[in-house]
Design a protein around this ligand. Structure first.
Ligand SMILES: NC(=O)c1ccc[n+]([C@@H]2O[C@H](COP(=O)([O-])OP(=O)(O)OC[C@H]3O[C@@H](n4cnc5c(N)ncnc54)[C@H](OP(=O)(O)O)[C@@H]3O)[C@@H](O)[C@H]2O)c1
Length: 254
């Protein structure tokens, strides 16, 4: 069910990363249901093909790429824009979870978390700043998390990556404003997705119940975030830039 019309994002080409699972997959579905053409990106080719096959409408495309650093991401996306662009917007949902006490933290895990989230985000921004890659008046939306604003044991690397996203969008908003390109983030609370299920497997039922109670409205669904993403990507969000929209069922307000 969507509150947007089937023409809300019509006529545009929208890149969605992390589109093979969870929040990215749900947002790709919503963008397509709103009339947009989706370029859906994931790591695993079979999974992203399957996700694209389920999208409503036609003309969508599946692309597989491992997002891990600024330069590689920028080069990949510039080539994609030449072939399939220019883009009206990008929703960057790709990311990996990380829970590990800091005494056990190693460079590789920090690289994995930062690479998929923050470094890729900076590469996406660089690519979209290139001539012809993005339409003036477009929108960039990056997935952040409440972990960027509230501490939790074992989340140092993940929190750093998401706080980095929050800081990044403020500066990017200034840089892209002359072209009326808006840049925002979404800080989600706990959303029931495959990532959430993996995290839940490492916790007791009682711990998960307590965690859910910290969300005034309980855990969220991927569609709750997808609707916020569509708002920020499309014309309804035309006066919103440089901000992190909190979509967390009341986790942060206490
Ligand atoms: N779920 C939550 O509670 C929650 C809360 C706050 C923020 N978030 C953020 O929301 C975003 C989506 O989370 P989710 O829960 O939907 O996760 P998910 O179900 O695990 O999906 C993650 C997606 O990211 C892709 N991905 C991961 N690493 C990648 C890489 N190196 N290169 C390219 N693609 C990569 C995966 O592709 P493959 O399938 O090909 O591996 C998959 O499509 C993440 O940024 C996450 O940090 C989630």
């Amino acid at each position: 069910m969507t509150v947007y019309s089937d023409t809300y994002l019509a006529g545009g080409t929208w890149l969605v990363t992390g589109a093979s699972s969870g929040i990215g997959r749900e947002t790709a579905m919503l963008v397509a249901a709103c009339g947009g053409r989706v370029i859906a990106a994931g790591r695993d080719a079979a999974r992203i093909d399957e996700a694209v096959a389920a999208l409503p409408g036609s003309g969508h495309l599946a692309v597989s790429f491992d997002l891990h650093d600024v330069d590689a991401t920028a080069d990949w996306l510039k080539a994609l824009a030449v072939q399939h662009g220019p883009f009206s917007g990008v929703f960057h949902a790709a990311g990996v979870e990380a829970i590990r006490p800091v005494r056990l933290l190693r460079q590789q895990q920090v690289q994995d978390v930062m690479g998929a989230s923050l470094f890729a985000a900076l590469g996406i921004a660089r690519a979209m700043a290139a001539k012809g890659a993005m339409l003036d008046g477009g929108a960039l939306v990056f997935m952040s998390s409440v972990a960027g604003a509230a501490g939790q044991a074992g989340m140092a690397a993940y929190s750093a990556a998401k706080a980095g996203i929050d800081g990044m969008v403020r500066s990017l908003a200034c840089e892209f404003a002359p072209r009326a390109i808006r840049v925002n983030a979404i800080a989600a609370g706990a959303v029931r997705t495959p990532m959430h299920e993996r995290l839940a497997r490492g916790a007791t039922g009682a711990a998960m119940d307590a965690y859910e109670q910290q969300h005034l409205l309980g855990f969220g669904a991927a569609a709750d975030v997808a609707h916020a993403a569509a708002f920020l990507l499309g014309p309804a969000g035309r006066w919103v830039t440089g901000t992190t929209m909190v979509v967390d069922g009341g986790y942060l307000c206490k």
